[in-house]
Design a protein around this ligand. Structure first.
Ligand code: UT7
Length: 334
């Protein structure tokens, strides 16, 4: 791959309000023990009633600007990966354009469910490397709590809200992206979906439901198999082995899925970053949130080789091996 694009900055935001396993125990028939053992989750962040995905995006971009002293005035494209857009239209990306008064930019939302951030990064690399764009804001952001039925214990314990933004800039020196893949299996659509205008995927008893529907076992089986095969393909495409990967950042759907993928792929859990423990499953935000945790813990360093892998509704999946271009934080930044 002839990449001329590099990720140069990152910023994140999660709402202040925490939903703990103890809180969930008071709301439904579940237990901290069950949740931790089956998912590895302890908390999730939940947005206010009047706080939407665009609000989270804007705070993540503000954080990026402040932390890396970046200017977004000359951004020429904004891509927001989300399944929980404020409106069907206008796009959440156009709310971000408005907030930062960016004059000459395109803006669109990309929906590839939990694989959205990896899809959006792949699109951004293509557009920057081909010379069509120079500086793209890629944001993965969700307010999953707004599409969850809090009487359904099989989904409500899983999801949380958050946002992560990165800047993808033209770079002539080091390649920022080594290789990538995207995949889809539409025949598995009914295993994970959020109802929209159609109700064709709904079983009779689910007609009229407005919340996320998931067959957890089916998604689990598909994800562990598909992602480990995808990792093998990515490594082969890049001519790399697992030892060449400094950090593995899978979508934080569930710690058990992550552990299973690591075992199948021969990747140590010690070099795997995830946000699932204290943020739950934040769909397209989970990968940038995990990367930011890795930066704050001073694990991820500029020049590291990182394998990211998103997977989810569609069923969709996408993986990238990239060269981390974000400068290391000085000791004063936390
Ligand atoms: O980001 C998008 C991609 N999504 C995913 O990757 C999700 C993939 N799936 C999963 O993460 C797991 O399937 C879950 C965490 C959703 C569920 O774990 P599981 O080990 O597959 O549980 P299960 O659905 O097989 O349910 C086992 C039992 C059932 O009881 P019975 O039928 O054995 O009596 C459930 O009713 O656990 C019960 N159960 C619960 N018990 C306590 C289901 N939810 C809960 C709960 N608390 N919250």
């Amino acid at each position: 791959m002839n990449s001329k694009a590099l990720i140069t900055a990152i910023g994140t935001y999660v709402p202040a309000n925490r939903l703990t396993n103890d809180d969930l125990e008071k709301m439904m028939e579940t237990s901290d023990e069950w949740i931790v053992q089956r998912t590895g989750m302890r908390e999730r962040r939940i947005s206010h009633n009047d706080e939407f995905t665009s609000d989270l995006c804007i705070k993540a971009v503000e954080n990026l600007i402040k932390t890396y002293e970046k200017n977004v005035d000359d951004v020429d494209l904004i891509i927001v990966a989300t399944s929980t857009s404020d409106y069907s239209f206008p796009s959440t990306a156009s709310r971000v354009q408005e907030a930062f008064q960016i004059k000459n930019t395109g803006a669109f939302d990309l929906n590839a469910a939990c694989a959205g951030f990896a899809y959006a990064l792949t699109v951004a690399n293509g557009l920057v490397s081909s010379g069509v764009h120079k500086k793209i804001l890629v944001i993965g952001a969700e307010t999953m709590s707004k599409v969850i039925n809090y009487t359904d214990r099989t989904t409500s314990i899983l999801f949380g809200d958050g946002a992560g933004a990165v800047l993808v800039e033209r770079n002539e020196k080091a390649p920022g992206f080594y290789t990538s893949i995207m995949g889809t299996d539409g025949s598995g659509a009914q295993h994970l979906y959020l109802p929209g205008l159609s109700n064709q995927l709904d079983a009779e008893e689910m007609k009229g439901n407005k919340f996320i529907v998931q067959n957890g076992r089916e998604v689990y089986k598909w994800a562990t198999r598909t992602v480990s095969e995808g990792i093998e393909q990515l490594l082969a495409q890049a001519g790399m082995g697992t030892n060449d990967i400094d950090w593995f950042v899978p979508h934080s759907a569930n710690l058990r899925i992550i552990e299973s993928i690591c075992a199948r792929s021969g990747i140590s859990i010690k070099k795997t970053l995830y946000s699932v423990e204290y943020m739950g499953n934040t769909s397209s935000a989970s990968i940038p949130l995990a990367l930011d945790i890795g930066i704050k813990e001073r694990k991820v360093k500029q020049g590291d080789t990182i394998l990211i892998y998103g997977f989810g509704g569609g069923l969709t999946h996408a993986g990238i091996i990239l060269n981390w271009g974000v400068p290391n934080l000085s000791e004063t930044h936390e």
